[in-house]
Design a protein around this ligand. Structure first.
Ligand SMILES: [Zn+2]
Ligand SMILES: [Zn+2]
Length: 308
C-alpha cells in the first residue's frame, strides 16, 4: 500500500470509466466524460501506478461456432491491458426431417444444423422394391397363350419376356391391365417372364420377374384308321407335337378312356368283345411345368366293328 495515492480501483466490470476530476490524474489520459460504474470498489490507498481500468466494448477475436471455441477481448483505454474470455463452442442445433425411400434411394432421417448447415443421416430404411407379379398364370389356345397376373403395387407397367432362340426376348410392354396374349405361336411349351417397372427421375426401375412355363393346346388329332380284329383294334393317327395322347372308346352310352400314351401315333386296344361295334376318338395334350394338361380338340370319331 502506498499512502500518497488515493485511487478508485475498478472491480472487474464491463464499463468502468472514471471521471478525471476524481482521478486527478490526467496522465492516465481518461476522457472527460463517461460513466461511473456502480460496482466500483474503493480503496483509500493504492499504488498510483495501478490503473483503474476503463475497458472498451468486447470484440470477438473468434466467434464461437458449433464445433469450435471462440474468444472475445476488450482492452483498457487507459493502460491498454487486454482482458480475454474464452467462449465455449455452441454445439449443433439440429432440425430433423424424414426422407422417404423411393425406388432408387433408401429413406433416412436427415439432421441439419440450423446454424452451420452440417448434415448427417441415420435411421436408414431400405428403398422400395417392385415385387414380382403374383399368381402368374395362363390360358391357352392352339396358337396362343394368354398370361395374366396380379397387379403389383406402384407399377407403371409390365414387361413380358419369352425365352426363344436361347435367350430372353421382350415380347410386350403392358401399360394398362395385367394380362397379355401372345399369339401366333406354334403349338408347344414356352417359358415366360413378367416383371413390373416404374419410372422415377427419368429412369426406369425394374422389379423382380415372375416366371412360368405355359403350353398351348395341341392341334386336333387326325385319326387315320381303326383296324379291328376279334378282341383288339389298332387305332392310328397322325403324330402331333404334344406331350401325349388319350384314347377313348365308346360302346353303349358312355365314352371311356382306355389309354394315355406319352408318345406314338397308334395304339392297340385290347379286351374288346367280338362282333361288336365301337367308336374311337383320340385327343392330344401338352403338360405344363405344374403337371397340368392342356388338351387339344378331340379327333373325329371312327367307327369299327370287331370280328366274329
Ligand atoms: Zn487500465
Ligand atoms: Zn452446427
Amino acid at each position: 500500500m502506498h499512502k500518497n495515492a488515493k485511487t478508485i480501483i475498478c472491480s472487474v466490470v464491463t464499463t468502468c470509466i472514471m471521471l478525471t476530476s476524481q482521478l486527478g490524474a490526467e496522465a492516465y489520459g481518461v476522457a472527460e466524460s463517461g460513466y461511473i460504474d456502480e460496482a466500483i470498489g474503493v480503496t483509500e490507498t493504492a499504488d498510483e501506478n495501478i490503473c483503474r481500468h476503463r475497458f472498451g466494448s468486447w470484440h470477438f477475436v473468434k466467434k464461437p461456432t458449433c464445433t469450435k471455441d471462440g474468444a472475445k477481448t476488450r482492452s483498457c483505454a487507459i493502460c491498454g491491458e487486454v482482458e480475454s474470455v474464452k467462449l465455449n463452442r455452441l454445439g449443433h442445433k439440429f432440425a430433423t426431417k424424414q426422407v422417404q425411400p423411393d425406388f432408387l434411394h433408401n429413406g433416412y432421417s436427415k439432421h441439419t444444423c440450423m446454424r452451420c448447415g452440417y448434415v448427417y443421416k441415420d435411421t436408414y430404411v431400405d428403398k422400395n422394391i417392385l415385387r414380382a407379379p403374383k399368381d402368374l398364370g395362363y390360358a391357352s389356345q392352339v396358337n396362343s397363350v394368354k398370361l395374366s397376373w396380379s397387379k403389383v403395387l406402384y407399377a407403371d407397367g409390365y414387361r413380358v419376356y419369352m425365352y426363344s432362340g436361347g435367350k430372353w426376348r421382350k415380347v410386350a410392354t403392358v401399360k394398362s391391365g395385367s394380362s397379355y396374349k401372345i399369339a401366333g405361336l406354334k403349338p408347344g411349351k414356352y417359358k415366360f417372364r413378367v416383371g413390373a417397372y416404374v419410372r422415377q427421375s427419368g429412369k426406369v426401375v425394374s422389379g423382380k420377374n415372375a416366371s412360368c412355363t405355359a403350353v398351348t393346346k395341341p392341334k386336333s388329332v387326325k385319326l387315320i384308321s381303326a383296324d379291328a380284329k376279334k378282341s383288339t383294334a389298332t387305332v392310328s393317327w397322325k403324330a402331333e407335337d404334344c406331350s401325349g395322347y388319350e384314347v377313348y372308346i365308346r360302346h353303349g352310352a358312355n365314352w371311356k378312356r382306355v389309354k394315355t400314351l406319352a408318345k406314338g401315333s397308334k395304339y392297340k386296344i385290347t379286351g374288346l368283345k367280338k362282333a361288336t361295334s365301337y367308336k374311337v376318338k383320340v385327343r392330344a395334350f401338352f403338360t405344363d411345368s405344374d403337371g397340368v394338361r392342356q388338351y387339344g380338340e378331340f379327333s373325329r370319331t371312327l367307327n369299327f366293328k370287331t370280328k366274329k
